[in-house]
Design a binder for this molecule. Structure first.
Ligand code: IMP
Ligand code: MG
Length: 180
C-alpha cells in the first residue's frame, strides 16, 4: 500500500479543493478586465493535476500551454541545473501569462524559467504555485498566488512525486524519510 510510505497526510483532499477554489476566484477577479486571453502555462509534470483543477475555477477566457523542465533526478534535493525538455507551443510575446507550478522549494528551477520567459517579452507574467517552502529558498521568487506555505518536508501527492510515484494520491502527504 503506497500510503505506508507516507509519514502523515499534510493537506487533505477537502483542503486542497478549498485552496484551489480560492486561488481561482482571486485570479478571475484580477484578470477579469484584460482584453486578450490569458495564457496559463503549467510546468510539467508536477503541476498537471493542480492545473486541471485550477483552470476550471478560473472564469475568464484562457489558453493553456505546458512546458517541461527538469532539475530533479529521482532525488529529493534540487541540483540547481535546469534543462528545457519540452518548450511552449505558442508565442508569449505581448501576452498575459500565468505560470502554474506545484511547489516552489529552493526557487532555483523557477527563477531560471522566469528569466527565460521574460526574454520572450510577455505583456505580464505572474506566478501561481500550489505550495511553497519559504525556509528552503535560495533564490527569491515573487509568488503572486500561493496556495499554501509548508514546512521543510518532502511532500507527495496531487501531482507531486517521489521518483515519479505518488502523483495520483488525491491528498498531499509527507514522505517517510526512510523511503527517500
Ligand atoms: P526548486 O528548484 O528547488 O524550487 O524545486 C523545483 C521542483 O522540485 C518543483 O517544481 C518540484 O517538482 C520539485 N520539488 C521540490 N520540493 C518537492 C517536494 O517536497 N515534493 C515533490 N517535489 C518537490
Ligand atoms: Mg515541478
Amino acid at each position: 500500500m503506497f500510503k505506508e510510505k507516507l509519514k502523515r497526510v499534510l493537506i487533505t483532499e477537502t483542503e486542497i479543493k478549498q485552496i484551489v477554489k480560492k486561488l481561482g476566484k482571486q485570479i478571475t477577479q484580477d484578470y477579469n478586465d484584460i482584453e486578450d486571453d490569458l495564457i496559463v502555462i503549467g510546468l510539467l509534470k508536477g503541476s498537471f493535476i493542480f492545473m486541471a483543477d485550477l483552470v476550471r475555477e478560473i472564469r475568464i477566457n484562457l489558453v493553456t500551454d505546458f512546458m517541461t523542465v527538469s532539475s530533479y533526478r529521482n532525488k529529493t534535493e534540487s541540483t540547481g541545473d535546469v534543462k528545457i525538455i519540452m518548450d511552449l507551443d505558442e508565442s508569449v510575446n505581448g501576452k498575459h501569462i500565468l505560470m502554474v507550478e506545484d511547489i516552489i522549494d529552493t526557487g532555483n528551477t523557477f527563477s531560471k524559467v522566469l528569466n527565460l520567459l521574460h526574454t520572450r517579452n510577455p505583456k505580464s507574467l505572474k506566478i501561481c504555485s500550489l505550495l511553497s517552502k519559504p525556509s528552503r529558498r535560495v533564490r527569491e521568487v515573487k509568488i503572486d498566488y500561493c496556495g499554501k506555505e509548508i514546512p521543510d518536508e518532502f511532500v507527495c501527492g496531487y501531482g507531486l512525486d517521489y521518483a515519479q510515484k505518488y502523483r495520483n494520491l488525491p491528498y498531499i502527504g509527507i514522505l517517510d524519510p526512510k523511503y527517500r
